[in-house]
Design a protein around this ligand. Structure first.
Ligand SMILES: Cc1ncc(COP(=O)(O)O)c(C=O)c1O
Length: 380
């Protein structure tokens, strides 16, 4: 039986050629590859502007600075989230207020979010887990009713949509990730997406150490100056060159992942029907990008046993986020509003299965058969 790694970076084989072209052109920072990626993202995500960054974490930080969050402001976010979303809030001295999730999608529970709003709430920071859209209608209504800015973490969600509208296009600002574990990759990298063109000049300065270098490079200024607090988030042109051919083939890459995802769903259906395992749920309004295929065991102990059983048979698997509110930094800097009905319990049950670009379809059946054997079922 072949070993099946949990993940492998997406590589199409043509990236090296693009990287060499960028080296030869000497466009190691910015340059044509970066501009081409930004143009494609702009169109793909249906936003006013896309800025390539050195990570999604940097884009999240830029979002918090863009909103000019201040000490004492509160931002509501799901506790089942990556630390960078909370770090961005803390960078401005604002308070992360964690809330519970919908156990079916692992996304923020709109009712829990609404209940957490106070006069100090400035923004709602949502995340589309595994590339499956949040329940957008109540979340958009909440932001409109209470005058909150929406920040969208679409790090896992490029190529996914809600009612046909791309994820990443709903928030005033959104982030994407091109980390080596994501559907498309430039090694380390990300993007900031902007709904309003009016936010672009400020976002450019935030990406470039708080200076107006971008305007200077376009010839709009005779010299550049330090204008505000900013970070250093311009990505390498070499990394952009790696991403470009993948962006050009986004639809095909997503379709291939979705085929593997659907194969998992079919192969594991008997275990779901027998109530032995839980599986992913995709709401009818959501078109997902198959970023993750997860299952849910009865509890944490069963998950450990299953992961060890798979590992002993050469199959990788992985748990995911530890709830932020119970992590050491979460306890120190934030608070949880309402009841933790699902966050801890569901995160302890969740196990991600191997899924990567170029994974042989038989790997799905092998993994599903091994899981079936663990539960004492004959294979698929
Ligand atoms: C939901 C989410 N947000 C943010 C990030 C941070 O991405 P990056 O590594 O590009 O900073 C990740 C990375 O795994 C993520 O899954």
């Amino acid at each position: 039986m072949a070993c099946i790694p949990f993940s492998r970076p997406t590589l199409l084989g043509c990236e090296a050629e693009q990287v060499v072209a960028v080296l030869q052109a000497g466009e190691l920072s910015g340059g044509r590859a970066t501009a081409a990626c930004e143009r494609l993202l702009n169109i793909e995500c249906g936003v006013s502007a896309a800025l390539l960054t050195c990570s999604a974490s940097a884009a999240l930080e830029m979002s918090a600075l863009l909103l000019a969050l201040r000490p004492g402001d509160e931002v509501i976010l799901p506790s089942f989230q990556f630390p960078s979303a909370a770090n961005a809030i803390l960078r401005c001295g604002a308070v992360p207020v964690f809330v519970d999730i919908d156990p079916r999608t692992m996304n923020i529970d709109p009712q829990a979010a609404a209940a957490a709003v106070t006069p100090r709430t400035r923004a709602l920071s949502i995340m589309h887990y595994s590339g499956v859209a949040c329940d957008m209608q109540p979340l958009l209504a909440l932001c409109a009713d209470r005058g909150l800015d929406l920040l969208e973490d679409a790090a896992q969600a490029l190529g996914a949509s809600w009612r046909g509208k791309p994820l990443g296009s709903f928030g005033r600002a959104a982030c994407l990730s091109f980390h080596a574990t994501k559907n498309l990759t430039m090694g380390e990298g990300g993007a900031l997406l902007l709904r309003e063109t009016a936010d672009l000049p400020l976002a450019e300065q935030l990406r470039d150490k708080g200076t107006d270098q971008a305007a200077f490079r376009r010839g709009e200024k005779t010299f550049y100056q330090w204008q505000r607090q900013g970070i250093s988030a311009v990505p390498s042109g070499l990394a952009a060159a790696c991403l470009l051919p993948q962006l050009e083939q986004l639809a095909a890459i997503t379709a291939a992942r979705r085929a593997l995802w659907q194969r998992y769903d079919a192969a594991l259906a008997p275990l779901y029907a027998a109530g032995l395992l839980g599986g992913p749920y995709v709401p009818p309004d959501a078109f997902h990008n198959a970023h993750i295929y997860f299952i849910k065991t009865a509890d944490a102990a069963e998950r450990s046993k299953l992961a060890a059983y798979l590992a002993a048979r050469g199959i990788g698997s992985a748990s995911h986020f530890q709830p932020l509110h119970s992590a050491p930094a979460g306890r120190r800097y934030g608070r949880f509003h309402g009841e933790d009905r699902y966050t801890t319990r569901e995160s302890e049950r969740l196990l991600r299965l191997p899924l990567y670009h170029g994974m042989p379809p038989q790997a799905v059946e092998q993994t599903a058969a091994t899981i079936s054997a663990f539960y004492g079922r004959k294979g698929v």
